[in-house]
Design a protein around this ligand. Sequence first.
Ligand code: ZN
Length: 242
Amino acid sequence: MRQPLPTSSSPGTSSGEPRPLQQPPHPALRDVVTGEIRRSILSGALAPGTRLVEERLAEELGVSRNPVREALRSLETEGLVAVLPRRGAFVASLSEEEFRELSELRAELEGLSARFAARRVTPEIRARIEALLERGDAAAGADDREGLNTINDEFHGFLADAGCNRFLADFMRSLRDRTHWMYLSSVSWRQIDAWREHAAILRAIADGDEELAAILANRHVGRAVKAFAETVRHRIDGAEPA
Ligand SMILES: [Zn+2]
């Protein structure tokens, strides 16, 4: 595991000496608790709108309330948790307006990532694309939804890497985290379509076709957004999505 970066609440070392191995337990624990709660939110185990009760989380994680409180505060700055005055902490959910704003930004930026990736494609990237295409096509052919889920996730990480722009990649990661549940809820029935769209984007990148890669990636996010809206509508109607 990567060593967490020192934060404002960690006591700083006054000299340039490396930090001692024996770290004060408090900041490290806060980071562990933050990681646990973040994972539960991103996996969908804690759904948007779920109330986050400090006492209960502390009990579940076997820690005191302090690191939980600090974790919730830090997840609030990531946009994953909303703390409402006198009502407590909740897993963040988005208003329709916020959802539209984030989605349209994401669509443009995924397009930009794909454009950069196509512009900078190297033999090494082409080899990674070939490997990803092979695994994805095999999983789609076998109707392996679980496997496709992982590969579809990998695709977005790959796209960010292949764009070779770390600022864009970091920004995309935070945008994806804030809209992750949109993919969780529509994901099982859109898995194969999503893979087909990913595969077309990968081929355009391998061909070095910037325009096509950008258009396909932009349209792909638009489709995911539409699929999500349909899932929500079906759920409200009490029916399962087709
Ligand atoms: Zn996708």
